[in-house]
Ligand binder design. Structure first.
Ligand code: SF4
Ligand code: SF4
Length: 156
């Protein structure tokens, strides 16, 4: 499936501990660290988002959210889109939607190839697939899709 980010902000709501601000270098520039990889980066607030960034009401109300997340009309946006770390840029919250043979949605897979499902049979199959398919291989996503399709699931 082609992934289109809806800019809902859900994936950034608990990233406050993972995108850490070390110093403020200027009014709109921060020395940061992406904690999960230990990678330092300079965050510059996008020019067109400086006004919404200055309103910290959202951050104050949501202390677990990434400090660079702000509401903007119907969206919740990253205010450092241009300078955000690469794992943020390439993050995809849904790369596969999984349906059973009756067309009932039973789970989804995110860009890290993690399954989110309450279906115990599907979860067991996913573990089995993970033992047979290297998740590091370039075509892991396609192989996993095929694996589930062969077991009767429909993938979108
Ligand atoms: S990647 Fe994040 S912001 Fe974009 S649609 Fe998914 S959860 Fe929402
Ligand atoms: S830097 Fe931007 S994309 Fe990354 S967690 Fe923060 S708000 Fe989300």
């Amino acid at each position: 499936m082609v992934f289109i980010c809806r800019q809902c902000g859900t994936c950034c709501m608990f990233m406050g501990d993972y995108i850490s601000i070390e110093h403020q270098n200027g009014p709109f520039e921060f020395a940061c660290e992406s904690v999960s990889t230990g990678t330092p980066f300079i965050a510059s607030i996008d020019e067109d988002k400086r006004e919404i960034f200055l309103d910290t009401t959202f951050s104050d109300l949501h202390p677990t959210a990434c400090r660079f997340l702000r509401p903007d009309g119907d969206h919740i946006r990253c205010t450092i889109h241009e300078s955000s770390p690469c794992q943020c840029k390439f993050y995809r919250c849904v790369v596969m939607k999984i349906f059973d043979k009756d067309g009932i949605p039973v789970g989804f897979v995110n860009g890290n190839l993690s399954l989110h499902s309450d279906d115990l049979h599907l979860r067991a199959l996913w573990e089995e697939a993970g033992r047979k398919i290297s998740l590091r291989s370039d075509d892991a996503e396609i192989q996993l899709q095929q694996y589930l399709a062969d077991k009767g699931y429909r993938i979108e």
